[in-house]
Design a protein around this ligand. Sequence first.
Ligand SMILES: Cc1cc2nc3c(=O)[nH]c(=O)nc-3n(C[C@H](O)[C@H](O)[C@H](O)COP(=O)(O)OP(=O)(O)OC[C@H]3O[C@@H](n4cnc5c(N)ncnc54)[C@H](O)[C@@H]3O)c2cc1C
Length: 470
Amino acid sequence: MTPHRPTRHDYIIVGAGISGPFIAHELCRAGADCLMIEAGRHYSRRTYPRNDLDGTAQLYWSGGLELGTDARLVFLRPKVVGGGSVVNQALVDRFDAEAFDSWRRDSGVDFFNEDAMAPWYDAAEAEIAIQTIPGEYRNRNADVFEQGFQRLGYQLAPLRRAQKDCHYEQGNCCIECLNGCRIGSKQSTPETVLKKALERGLELRAETEAVKIDASTKDVWVTCRTADGGTATYRGRNLVLASGAIGNARLLLNSGFGKGLPAVGRNFFCHPQYMNFGVYDQPVRSHLGAFQAFKSDDAGFRKNGFKLENVYAGPAAIALLLSGFGRQHQRAMERLSHFACIEVCTRDTHPGRIKVNRRGKVIIVKEQNREDLERYRRGLAVIDEIFQTTGAKEMIHGKMGIGLHLMGGCGMGTDPARSVVNPGFRLHGHKHIYCADSSMFPNAPGINPSLTIMALSKKAAAQLIKDGNQ
Ligand SMILES: Cc1cc2nc3c(=O)[nH]c(=O)nc-3n(C[C@H](O)[C@H](O)[C@H](O)COP(=O)(O)OP(=O)(O)OC[C@H]3O[C@@H](n4cnc5c(N)ncnc54)[C@H](O)[C@@H]3O)c2cc1C
């Protein structure tokens, strides 16, 4: 009897977050046979979790409770078909010259500049609808933010959100879109490019976790843990790593790539973010209506390494950020509808490192050095000023730093000793393994990353198609 040989796919793509579906869409459009492997579940508009407690538990690795080794930062790492695009705030920004200059300096890669990236941003933006929140639908949390900025003479700008039609006139409260948008407005990959890739024949295996890669033969073999507790092995001519900053480093380290690629897992960044609350006499009801209308756009803030956002979160998340216990904590939570919220997001300079222990489990080493903490404090001082000038009776500083923008670990660069991915989106020394997701960021840009991930994935897909034709 002939032993069973798995189908040989043109491409195996690990990770159905943002990068994976953007690349799959282009490859399928070019006629390639693609298999996508995703550890998380495939939800639909109807089945997304209904509250923030279930959302955090079901849509993130380790139920949303991954801590760094010093327990000062918690990392929110999406685990769901659509990845970060399902749970994120959908803010889409292009990088500025400052971000690209620093990337070019650290990587030696020429195309990291605004002109060279402009067509790829255009192509990415053509796949999604982008809107700002109309003035009449801004909520009181946005009013506090705007008033504070105006009174203090800081620059702010409307946020660009990847959304199509939130039907504000029907009274929708967008905060629930952090657990997956149930009206299909948020431009997550399952609503956009993933849907198109599936229509063009992409094979998607959800609840399937890639645990090992073997690239020692002509083909690449990927061994996976399946939902029923079994294992499955898939075979491809090429592999695309799109499992995010922590996912890619973990998979490569567990597959023994760390020996040939010493930079795997290094240069990990996360834009540490801290939510802070102003408590007002009158209700603010930050959870109602349109979600986040403004961002800071102040050259001084950029120079000082932080930005401010007009964010909010569900009650379970906020409860975790408040200090105190028992009655004291309860009293704070009873005033929840009187909270306005401003988040400080720092551009971290001190690199962290992703490691694995002997059992293959992730260890996240991410400390904040003096400069990073100083950036946080500068942002916090501005937030306190804003709350004071708008009449807050009390200020509460969120106790836990949150890592949402997980970046690096497989940085792009020209030097194989200091980087993992070359300027052609291939792993150094591996002709058939590619990567274009958040893990290839050389450092922290200080700007929302997802639009740039989409743009880089578009560029990478064009490169893959070119390589495939040679
Ligand atoms: C709450 C939150 C809010 C955010 N808000 C914004 C925002 O407003 N704007 C912005 O630009 N960015 C935002 N981000 C960040 C942004 O979503 C991420 O930077 C982006 O999703 C990263 O894209 P990616 O393709 O690299 O990885 P991801 O989107 O994280 O996708 C990786 C996928 O790979 C899967 N995976 C991992 N390991 C394996 C494995 N071994 N086998 C199979 N599958 C695997 C994961 O389950 C995941 O679905 C936010 C993130 C969070 C968590």
